[in-house]
Design a binder for this molecule. Structure first.
Ligand code: 6R9
Length: 674
């Protein structure tokens, strides 16, 4: 390192605030700081601008209907179709030959779909689904990895008004069955396999096992042949080959169905405090407007851009910011099948260089891995096409932020650190890249029109420098409408904590007996995240305050993992917590008590890990399984999870004398490697 470089390094390390570069501001979709006031004064009508990014078959009559809060409705009586908005209108506008999806297979193979191509294949698959008997409002489950047929299937569902429920391909057979059962889904689209680090990975066996666990009849299964000869698979009765179906329906024309703004566009299952995953319901008008608006305002997406969100479509980030937001805006969206270190650790930068990517959006866990691998990998490539960088999924530490800023953005790209959730549909707290000063490690202010604040346990706003909980006291178009077929749980999970008690009781005792307008102000959404506020009203997210952990940006319920572990023969009780991990953010730690007559040995450990793989999938793989004759408990018999987290993270342990069984702590701590 030269002296000059060393000086630069020191300067960067100390710098706490960064201004967006002039060159970015000049071309930004949003650059007027007045937007905050404008939205505030004109709320909720300010959201008409988001709806205006879409084409409507029928105009909406009311922007926000809050009579039955918190079952809000947005753009009431409006009608539209999501696939029309993502495809046809761009083809009609003369962008037929613009690339819609640029797909990179792991092994170097590529496929480009223009808007025209994509529309044709979506229509062919929509016709297929209809022929298979899929009707409007039937939930179609898509258990697929990062192959183009996944967004094609999503848009085909949207075209005929069948909500999709995408199940992350890394989830287990059990997880697939649970989700199909919960959604009463009778249709499945899946594939034979996909590539991971050069190997063809079998997926169909897992899908078939999952189908065995479905408690109702599954009328049809469509299988995409991704691996060809690499994996021989035979189709059983009721299973169809995707390519054959597409060939049979080539040239089909399928009118997009006009959907009510409030009709369900998709379901997405996510983890919560209790064992059962929650089916988050998103709608056509509000969700799509919000995904499009945030893509426009925060990601600065323009039709002529090549935009890349390196997430998996199996999570909400991929739904909103690989598929719906970017395609609604008519841009080119990049999709990558594989891992970032195959064939080498510069794979992503090679893709950026080759495609001249303008905007890149990823998770802090990936950035921490890039940092660990070293700056020589991005340095091999020309990354000068990049204009904006983004992160999502977990808090980003200032060091990782600065590394990203310097080594990927060349100190010329603003970074948006976007806080949001499966439930919020789109971004909620982040800087606007053409407007705000950036502070590494701090997401930023709430977006214009978003009533997010940090409150104490009583729901009162905290002062500058204080910590508390994130709450949202105004509805927004992208919000979840309910949990699938479970309005009660929807209220209990998200609204009970901070909303007016009487209002909550009224909805719980006589649901949907339309409340008065004044009541609408009494509803406060609780995302279950802790946060800190600074003097500029910027919010630093501290992480979940419920029993959800965040492993590599993936949300996992500790209760779900615990129930998998106690389901293993020979294990009597278990507690699962997240412990600090340098790259993953958090890692899974299992503390388990063996049943009488079972040895706490390597075999039991392996079976515990196996139990987790079977019921959830490899993303929940435990970092360590620690056997103990007892779990540390309070005098009232509650497991002291905090303490177990501190042990897992290698933190100093506070006073443990108030425990019922303080002696157990040292025994456990000795076993943990850190
Ligand atoms: C989009 C997504 C949601 C949880 C959320 C929070 C964490 C997301 C974050 C962040 C700090 C950010 N989270 N973005 N924490 N800074 N920029 O990730 O949805 O999978 O539902 O997870 O992720 O804890 O509550 P989801």
């Amino acid at each position: 390192m030269t002296q000059e470089e060393a000086n630069l390094e020191v300067r960067l390390e100390e710098q706490e605030e960064f201004e967006p570069p002039e060159s970015f501001v000049e071309q930004a979709n949003v650059s007027d700081p007045g937007i905050y006031e404008e939205f505030e004064e004109n709320w909720p009508e300010c959201w008409e601008g988001a709806a205006d990014l879409l084409s409507w078959d029928e105009p909406y009559e009311t922007v926000l209907e809050d009579d039955d809060a918190p079952f809000y409705e947005w753009f009431t009586d409006g009608e539209l179709n999501a696939s029309y908005n993502c495809l046809d209108r761009h083809v009609e506008d003369g962008s037929k030959n613009r690339a819609a999806i640029k797909w990179e297979g792991e092994g170097g193979e590529t496929r480009t779909y223009t808007y025209g191509d994509l529309l044709n294949e979506v229509e062919a698959f929509a016709a297929t689904l209809r022929d298979l008997g899929v009707e409007e409002d039937d939930v179609v489950t898509l258990y697929m990895p990062m192959i183009p047929e996944l967004p094609i299937a999503m848009l085909a569902c949207a075209r005929i008004g069948a909500p999709h429920s995408v199940v992350f391909a890394g989830f287990s057979a059990d997880a697939l069955a649970t989700r199909m059962n919960s959604a009463d889904s009778e249709h499945l689209v899946t594939c034979d396999g996909y590539y991971r680090r050069g190997d063809g990975l079998d997926h169909i066996t897992k899908a078939n096992e999952g189908l065995e666990g479905v408690d109702h009849e599954v009328s049809d299964v469509v299988v995409v042949d991704r691996l060809g000869d690499e994996l021989e698979h035979s189709l059983s009765d009721g299973q169809h080959d995707y390519d054959e179906l597409i060939a049979d329906h080539e040239g089909a024309s399928v009118e997009p169905v006009s959907r009510d703004a409030e009709d369900m566009l998709f379901l997405m299952y996510t983890s919560g405090t209790t064992g059962k995953p929650k089916g988050v319901k998103h709608t056509t008008g509000g969700y799509l407007s919000y995904a499009a608006w945030t893509s426009h305002a925060v990601l600065d997406v323009k039709p002529e851009d090549t935009y890349w969100c390196a997430a998996d479509i199996g999570w909400i980030t991929g739904h909103s910011y690989i598929v719906y937001g970017p395609l609604a805006l008519g841009t080119t969206t990049v999709m990558y099948e594989g891992t970032p270190d195959y064939p080498d650790k510069d794979r992503l930068w090679e893709i950026v260089e080759k495609n001249r990517v303008d905007i890149f959006y990823t998770a802090p866990t990936a950035i921490r891995a890039f940092m660990k691998w070293g700056e020589q990998y991005p340095a091999r490539h020309d990354l000068s096409s990049l204009r904006l960088l983004g992160t999502v999924g977990e808090p980003i530490n200032p060091r990782a932020w600065k590394w990203y800023y310097k080594h990927i953005g060349g100190e010329e790209c603003p970074i948006v650190d976007t806080w949001w959730q499966t439930e919020t549909g789109g971004m909620m707290i982040t800087t606007l890249p053409g407007v705000n000063t950036m502070k590494p490690g701090t997401a930023g202010p709430p977006l214009p029109g978003i009533g997010a604040s940090v409150v104490d346990a009583n729901g009162d706003d905290v002062g500058a420098g204080e910590a508390g909980y994130v709450t949202v006291n105004k509805p927004w178009p992208g919000m979840l409408r309910t949990l699938y077929k479970n309005d009660e749980r929807f209220i209990e999970e998200y609204w009970e904590e901070y909303s007016d008690e009487d209002a909550v009781n009224r909805q719980l005792t006589s649901p949907h007996s339309t409340s008065s307008r004044e009541d609408a102000d009494e509803w406060v959404y609780f995302p279950e995240d802790g946060a800190k506020l600074d003097g500029d009203d910027y919010i630093t997210i501290l992480g979940r305050v419920d029993d959800v952990i965040n492993v590599s940006g993936h949300r996992l319920g500790t209760m779900e993992i615990e129930s998998a572990v106690v389901g293993v023969e020979g294990i009597a009780e278990a507690a699962v917590v997240g412990g600090h991990h340098d790259v993953k953010g958090e890692a899974v730690y299992v503390y388990a008590i063996p049943e009488d007559g079972y040895e706490a040995d390597a075999d039991l450990e392996e079976r515990a890990a196996e139990g987790i793989l079977e019921s959830i999938g490899p993303i929940a793989k435990p970092e360590e399984v620690i056997f103990t004759p007892e779990l540390p408990k309070t005098r009232s018999g509650k497991i002291m999870r905090r303490l177990l987290e501190d042990i897992a993270s290698g933190n100093e342990l506070g006073n443990t004398s108030t425990l019922r069984n303080p002696g157990v702590v040292d025994d456990i701590a000795e076993q943990v490697d850190n």
